[in-house]
Write a protein that binds this ligand. Structure first.
Ligand SMILES: *Cc1c(COP(=O)(O)O)cnc(C)c1O
Length: 397
């Protein structure tokens, strides 16, 4: 095991070592973290539903009705009426014929890509796609080709380079909202490329659903795209919906194929039915309470105006994900620690989660924040700026 110790030592030396913090409270604007009350801008609980009283009550009712464990895989006896109802409601929400639940977004992506592509096929992915999309392609044994971030022309070049009559499957997969940058994929252009070249398009809208579009229908609704253009939609339930799990939505043949072939659907225990009951409630709230989306938009606007006035290195993002790129892992950690000393929690995101040289603070907003929270964050960032050597800040800018 000596080489493990060496590997860990190297991670520490290069500021890439990670460890989980311990929360002693629910998610919210002010969680209790490692024994300390912090103003936090880290979670993906964008709508503030992870600790909503009605969602908690639904979880308890679900436990009373179904117990805790589902007891088996969906295809054995684990598929409850709660799961079935949630799948139907997710199909209605996404305006697609069918939806299929997975235990996590990671498992949904790995399952769908490896079910649809195999040896001899090709999977095309944005360079900044979520790790689970990349892992799905690796597991599928298809050839994985990564195109420049948000660049439909680069993708088009790759696809047209070898218009194959061999009839092998070609799948394009992209985040809808990029998880570490907060920008939107150029979905209408990607859909055109897919159409022209006969490739399938998969959009993983983990950070768009609940937040963008009418009733929170996500990036596709925001850009006016439907199933004809994007046949495969992946959504997660642990972010804006505040619970846990994921789903794939699409046509009858897609969903039936996944039921027969997606190994991360078949060979795993179904999630607890009570979680499905809680998600049904959070989905209803997310659809109905558009004030949560409006509040988010207002907080994002306030933050961006304030950060621009401070000359902070903002990225081109209109979503609740507002990164400040620091460059080195060491710099990102030092910013994060300075904020922590002021009672503010913002996580430093380092390689390999983001490309080398683009370590950053990933600031996220939630409908549970208010204007004063944003102002406190801006004050703290201003102070951080004063304490930075000129050269470093100039480099960051
Ligand atoms: C978080 C995330 C996932 C994984 O979802 P989990 O339910 O947390 O496993 C997949 N794709 C994207 C883009 C994500 O941000």
């Amino acid at each position: 095991m000596k080489h493990l110790a060496l590997g860990l030592k190297r991670l520490r030396e290069t500021h890439l070592y990670r460890r989980p913090r311990v929360l002693e409270s629910p998610q919210g604007a002010r969680p209790l973290v490692d024994g300390r009350r912090m103003l936090a801008f880290c979670s993906n609980d964008y709508l503030g539903l992870a600790n909503h009283p009605q969602v908690i009550a639904a979880l308890k009712r679900g436990a009373d009705a179904y117990g805790v464990g589902s007891g088996a895989a969906h295809l054995v006896t684990g598929h409850s009426a709660a799961h079935q109802a949630l799948e139907e409601e997710l199909a209605d929400f996404t305006k697609r014929p069918r939806a299929l639940l997975f235990s996590t977004g990671y498992m949904a992506n790995v399952g769908v890509i490896s079910a649809l592509a195999g040896r001899g096929d090709q999977v095309f992915e944005d360079r900044l796609n979520h790790a689970s999309l990349l892992d799905g392609a690796l597991l599928s044994r298809a050839r994985l080709r990564r195109y420049a971030h948000a660049d439909p022309q680069a993708l088009s070049g790759m696809l047209e380079g070898q218009l194959s009559e061999e009839c092998n499957a070609r799948l394009i997969a992209t985040d809808g909202v990029f998880s570490m940058d907060g920008d939107l994929a150029p979905l209408p252009d990607l859909a055109c490329v897919a159409e022209r070249t006969g490739a399938w398009l998969l959009v993983d809208d983990a950070h768009g659903l609940g937040v963008l579009g009418e009733e929170g229908r996500g990036s596709l609704d925001h850009m006016g795209l439907e199933q004809a253009e994007v046949p495969i939609l992946v959504g997660t339930l642990g972010k804006a919906f505040g619970t846990s799990g994921a789903f794939v939505a699409g046509g009858e043949e897609l969903i039936e194929t996944l039921i027969q072939r997606a190994r991360s659907y078949i060979y795993t225990t179904a999630p607890p039915p009570a979680i499905a009951e809680a998600t049904r409630e959070s989905l209803r709230i997310a659809r109905r309470e558009s004030w949560r989306r409006e509040r988010l938009r207002e907080l994002i606007r306030r933050f961006r105006v304030g950060a621009a006035a401070l000359g902070l290195p903002l990225m081109d993002s209109g979503t609740p994900i507002q990164p400040l790129v620091a460059g080195t892992a060491e710099q990102a950690l030092s910013w994060s620690r300075s904020l922590e000393a002021q009672g503010i929690l913002v996580s430093a995101i380092r390689p390999p989660t983001v490309p080398e040289g683009s370590a950053r603070l990933r600031i996220t907003f939630s409908a549970v924040h208010d204007e004063r929270d944003v102002d406190r964050l801006l004050d703290a960032l201003a102070r951080l700026r004063c304490h930075l050597p000129q050269a470093e800040m100039a480099a960051a800018l």
